[in-house]
Design a protein around this ligand. Structure first.
Ligand code: OGA
Ligand code: MN
Length: 269
């Protein structure tokens, strides 16, 4: 799928869900420790450096739990003001450790043979993405199909028509994604992406009012679900180099592969 930036208007007022209130209440107990885990066997296959894994919480694990029990992490979010925080906290959800190391490896092992044949693209003045290669995938191994299904089940209600192809975006360690809104022609109201190999920081800035912004720490193996106002009214970007900072903490960017599911544009709206 091509990545095109177009403008759309959709305003909605959001409230906190029970999960989010719970998450706010427990977050002080987990503080904002940087969790540095030993690099897995992926190390040999990537240019990864220790320290590229950062989580917002210590000890909160979503792995292998029932989807209904998953709680998005509000501490992965920073915002310009309370109202922006509150609005975006229901339209930009971050699930830390959505996949475990083995699942990350399984996805990587299926993706790598395809992407490694491609060259990283740079320097097109109008490109939203700098230093990337990408592909789309419809068929997956049995194990990976289960992971993709878990993303879909959490992100999309059963009646929502989804794009059958999963978008795979491989961002070079020096690459970055410039502020853009995903094409409203090609994809619907929800974008769900799992991050492999590296943590990163995603910035959102309101299209019409640049004083409204938010930053999200996308931990390695986390899932984000961007929908509604976050998807339509805010431009999103993924920082590279020195700009990869969350709440004054540098988040070193390594090569990062995102596995992104989207839904179809609603036919009748
Ligand atoms: C995109 C995009 C974000 C990501 O492909 O349009 O914004 O997580 N990707 O890679
Ligand atoms: Mn995008």
């Amino acid at each position: 799928m091509s990545i095109i930036h177009r403008l759309v208007h959709l305003n909605s007022i959001k409230r906190f869900s029970v999960h989010q209130v719970l998450s706010i209440l427990i977050s002080p107990f987990y503080s904002s420790n940087i969790l540095r885990q030993p690099f897995s066997t992926l190390l040999h296959a990537t240019s990864g450096k220790p320290g590229s894994e950062v989580n917002c919480h210590f000890g909160v694990k979503n792995i292998h739990t029932n989807l209904a029990n998953l709680v998005p992490s509000l501490s992965c979010m920073d915002a310009s003001d309370d109202s922006t925080f509150s609005t975006l906290s229901s339209d930009m959800l971050i699930y830390e450790n959505f996949i475990d190391e083995e699942e990350e490896r399984d996805l990587f092992n299926e993706i790598e043979p395809y992407v490694k044949k491609l060259r990283y693209e740079y320097d097109h003045w109008d490109n939203a993405i700098h230093g990337y290669r990408e592909t789309e995938r419809r068929n997956w191994t049995k194990k990976n199909k289960r992971i993709i299904q878990r993303i879909r089940d959490l992100a999309f209600p059963p009646e929502v028509a989804q794009l059958a192809y999963v978008h795979i975006l491989d961002l070079h360690e020096d690459g970055h994604i410039k502020p853009h809104v995903d094409s409203v022609k090609f994809c619907g109201d929800t974008i769900a992406g799992v991050s492999l190999l590296s943590s990163s920081v995603m910035g959102l800035v309101h299209e019409k009012d640049e004083t409204k912004w938010a930053k999200f720490l996308l931990g390695r193996r986390s899932l984000y679900i961007m929908k509604g106002t976050a998807r339509y009214d805010y431009k999103h970007e993924v920082y590279g180099g020195d700009k990869s900072v969350f709440k004054n903490r540098p988040i070193p960017r390594d090569r990062r592969i995102s596995v992104i599911c989207r839904n179809e544009v609603a036919k009748y709206s």
